[in-house]
Design a protein around this ligand. Structure first.
Ligand SMILES: [Zn+2]
Length: 114
């Protein structure tokens, strides 16, 4: 059944290509939105008024502790897409790993059958 095997290889190739594309723009971290007080002491955000925001904040675990950064407004759309790409690449990598596992086991069984 060489035809079936060809299809599987094509599927793996497509996933590898997709992973490369996703990895190219992946951003690691969890998005949250925060509200902050500003530097103007007279601003109502320090008393009764609403705080400023939302500000996009990315948190992630690095060097054993959680850290993060605020994202400038101009970069928010790209960062949001990058975080989605990171999540998508994890999923595609799992799918690829499963296909790899199947291929390895199938090859081992074929080799034993000869
Ligand atoms: Zn303020």
């Amino acid at each position: 059944m060489p035809k079936k095997r060809e299809t599987k290889t094509d599927t793996r190739r497509a996933i590898v290509d997709e992973i490369a594309e996703l990895a190219d723009r992946a951003v690691f971290g969890t998005i949250s939105e925060t509200y902050r007080t500003c530097g103007r002491a007279s601003c109502s955000c320090h008393t009764t008024g609403p705080k400023h925001g939302p500000h996009m904040y990315i948190s992630y675990r690095g060097e054993g502790k959680t850290t993060g950064y605020y994202v400038p407004v101009a970069a928010q759309e790209e960062v949001r897409a990058g975080v989605a790409a990171w999540q998508a690449v994890q999923q595609r990598l799992r799918e690829l790993a499963e296909l790899n596992r199947q291929a390895i086991i199938t090859r081992a069984k074929d080799a034993r059958g000869k």
